[in-house]
Design a protein around this ligand. Structure first.
Ligand SMILES: [Ca+2]
Ligand SMILES: [Ca+2]
Length: 229
């Protein structure tokens, strides 16, 4: 059933992406020649359906389960754009982010994963044991029940046996839009990478096994998006 819902979501997402391409790109559609300086070439955008965010746990599959995820945790659009020496990460969600989102039983996270090196798969934090993942970096805004924080997680040191490095990142939350501003140098100044965005409910800050967090929504729903697009 979930597979059917996801498949339907993909179709809807494709339709939305087509319409957004027409409406939201002021210079030229993506497949037409742009001006000499094509800012769009430094941008990557993914659209995602509203209404596909769910807690998606075995104990939460009954009618109305999806309604337990508020719209402000439902991704509708995510973007990665490089402006000068800054990467601007933008996420639009389906509802206004409250100034105090309360508690849903964990830390609420709006997150990007960046795979800047396709040949390396850092193990460990935030994943349990020897589980590896393609991500060199995570960048997120998170609400821990008391305050919002913008954080960069640099997982590259894990490859040589060190801990991941966590540093604060400038962010804004305005209505339904979340933005993070990351110096390109902090990401190793990549010329290309793959990325995905989403929302997560994290249940523990100290023991992040695979059961320690729940993915609520993903954009794209499957696979990764290339930057630049
Ligand atoms: Ca969504
Ligand atoms: Ca990698």
């Amino acid at each position: 059933m979930n597979a059917i819902r996801k498949a339907a979501g993909l179709v809807l997402g494709a339709a939305l992406m087509a319409s957004c391409t027409e409406q939201n790109v002021p210079v030229a559609p993506r497949d037409e020649p742009g001006p000499a300086f094509d800012a769009a070439s430094l941008t990557s955008v993914v659209t995602d359906p509203l209404g596909d965010a769910s807690l998606n746990t075995k104990s939460n599959v009954g009618p109305g389960a999806d309604a337990k995820v508020p719209n402000y945790l439902d991704v509708v659009r995510a973007e990665v754009t490089k402006r000068g020496k800054i990467f601007v990460l933008t996420m639009d969600v389906g509802g206004v982010v409250p100034s105090n989102p309360g508690s849903l039983g964990g830390t609420q996270v709006w997150i990007w994963g960046l795979d800047t090196n396709p040949t390396t798969f850092p193990q460990g934090e935030p994943f349990s044991g020897g589980q590896s993942a393609p991500w060199e970096f995570f960048v997120d805004v998170e609400w821990d029940g008391a305050q919002f924080k913008g954080l960069l997680f640099d997982r590259r040191p894990v490859l040589s046996g060190g801990p991941e490095l966590v540093t604060p990142v400038t962010f804004t939350i305005v209505g339904t839009e979340i933005q993070l501003f990351v110096p390109a140098s902090a990401l190793g100044d990549p010329s290309a990478f793959a990325w995905g965005a989403g929302t997560v409910l994290r249940h523990s800050d100290t023991h992040l096994g695979t059961e320690g967090f729940q993915t609520l929504d993903l954009a794209p729903d499957a696979g990764l998006a290339p930057w630049p697009q």
